[in-house]
Design a protein around this ligand. Structure first.
Ligand code: ZN
Length: 187
């Protein structure tokens, strides 16, 4: 039983998981509607009774701010890069005791690089130090994968496991295989 509600945009694009309580508030304010409720469980209040919301859909479409998309928090980027140094290919589990995964700017900030998805990669502290303030060519280093901006839906759902009823709403957007790979849902 999931304790989180999957919230979809009005376009049915999956946005995020929110608390059941918050979902109920949105429904009572008529800002969202329940499109998948628990078969048996119900929510009861003094004035009404609702199905326990597994999936809700916003009544009005919300635009996802570009600014939000360009922010690349470390845990999400590490997940995108599968917790692997994009230079030496070692995972966080294979690093030495004094090593750690870091944020690496492909084009260093001091050389005009930015904080966008395309310019930040996960690198172990050793590789990051080795590359230093140089461009890839100068350092004679290569990235294992070109850093890209994941789809919005992938960003918010990375690392979050969804219940079966919720997966049906996520997978059409991500593709079944990709969703399994990103959230680690057992096949
Ligand atoms: Zn490395």
């Amino acid at each position: 039983m999931s304790e989180k509600t999957l919230i979809l945009n009005a376009s049915a694009e999956p946005l995020s998981f929110i608390s059941v309580r918050r979902a109920v508030v949105l429904v009572l304010k008529e800002k969202a509607e329940i499109i998948e409720g628990h078969r048996k469980k119900r929510i009861r209040s003094a004035t009404c009774e609702l199905p326990y919301p597994l999936v809700v859909r916003l009544v009005n479409y919300v635009r996802i701010p570009r600014r939000w998309r360009s922010v690349v928090p470390n845990p999400i980027r590490f997940t995108r890069d599968q917790h692997t140094c994009q230079y030496c290919g070692r995972t966080s589990l294979e690093l030495g005791r004094k090593e750690r995964l870091t944020r690496e700017h492909v084009v260093p900030i001091s050389r005009g690089g930015t904080n966008t998805w395309e310019n930040v990669a996960t690198a172990c502290s050793t590789c990051n130090h080795r590359k230093g303030n140089r461009l890839l060519k100068e350092a004679n280093m290569r990235l294992l994968n070109r850093p890209r901006e994941p789809k919005f839906v992938a960003i918010v759902l990375l690392g979050q496991a969804a219940a079966g009823a919720q997966r049906r709403y996520i997978e059409p957007f991500l593709g079944k295989e990709k969703h399994r790979a990103t959230v680690g849902v057992p096949a």
